[in-house]
Design a binder for this molecule. Structure first.
Ligand code: PXP
Length: 238
């Protein structure tokens, strides 16, 4: 049964839309914990479009469950991560023009840079996960970096499942999950998961952690965050 990491970036996005102080992602993290979140996930982007350093500092002091920081392999955020020391860091690619993280990390194209980032974070006592496309070649390269976990990018599955054509992509995820498991690496997944499409991913054997943001925060606008988290937690632990 996987644990649930709730991504609170979207709460910060609403705040940044007005450059004000509400809604506060720190409040959101507390409500998510009350709703049963096993982790709080946040992405400190280079352009600071949603989460700010202030959020990371306060969440580092207040979150009682796992704090999972998503970050790019860039010097500035790596230094902040090593200083803040969240429980877990997930390395992701980052492009300024993207709406959200659009693909997995290209470890094959840059093994030395990713390996150096993994070692540096691990040296600070942080568990390191790599956000990878469900592509065996990238996964093999990711395993070689010494990372502890791989988070499979579920975006293609999510996109396909919206038009009831998710089966093929689900097979791709299952096959990649097997490669991860066989290497003895912890299996995570996330991106684009919703109340409608999450069950088959949650049921992949040895799935340890799902990171979900947009769908939970969207439902939270209607029913409140605590309830939205509780609903998702129930679905993935059925
Ligand atoms: N996992 C990673 C690595 C991500 O970058 C994101 C998006 O920030 C998520 C999970 C959550 O994606 P979504 O908001 O689509 O649920």
């Amino acid at each position: 049964m996987p644990t649930l990491g709730v991504n609170i970036d979207h709460v910060a996005t609403v705040r940044q839309a007005r450059l004000t102080n509400e809604p506060d992602p720190v409040w959101a993290a507390t409500l998510a914990e009350l709703g049963g979140a096993d982790g709080i996930t946040l992405h400190l982007r280079e352009d600071r479009r949603h989460i700010q350093e202030r959020d990371l500092q306060l969440l580092g002091q207040t979150v009682a469950v796992k704090l999972n920081l998503e970050l790019a392999c860039s010097e500035e955020v790596l230094a902040i991560a090593c200083q803040t020391r969240p429980h877990q860091a997930t390395l992701v690619p980052e492009r300024r023009e993207e709406v959200t993280t659009e693909g997995g990390l290209d470890v094959r194209g840059n093994p030395a840079r990713v390996t150096e980032a993994v070692k540096r974070l691990q040296g600070a006592g942080i568990v390191v996960s790599l956000f990878l496309d469900p592509d065996p070649a990238q996964i093999e390269a990711g395993i070689a970096t010494g990372a502890t976990a791989v988070e499979l990018h579920t975006g293609a599955y999510a996109h396909a499942s919206a038009s009831f054509a998710g089966d093929e992509q689900l097979q791709v995820l299952r096959a990649s999950a097997q490669v991860v498991r066989q290497a003895g690496i912890t299996l995570h997944a996330g991106h684009g998961l919703t109340y409608r499409n999450v069950r088959p991913v949650a049921e992949i054997p040895e799935m340890c952690e799902l990171n979900i943001g947009h769908s939970i925060v969207s439902r939270a606008i209607m029913v409140g965050l605590e309830q939205a988290v509780r609903d998702m937690k129930r679905l993935i632990t059925l």
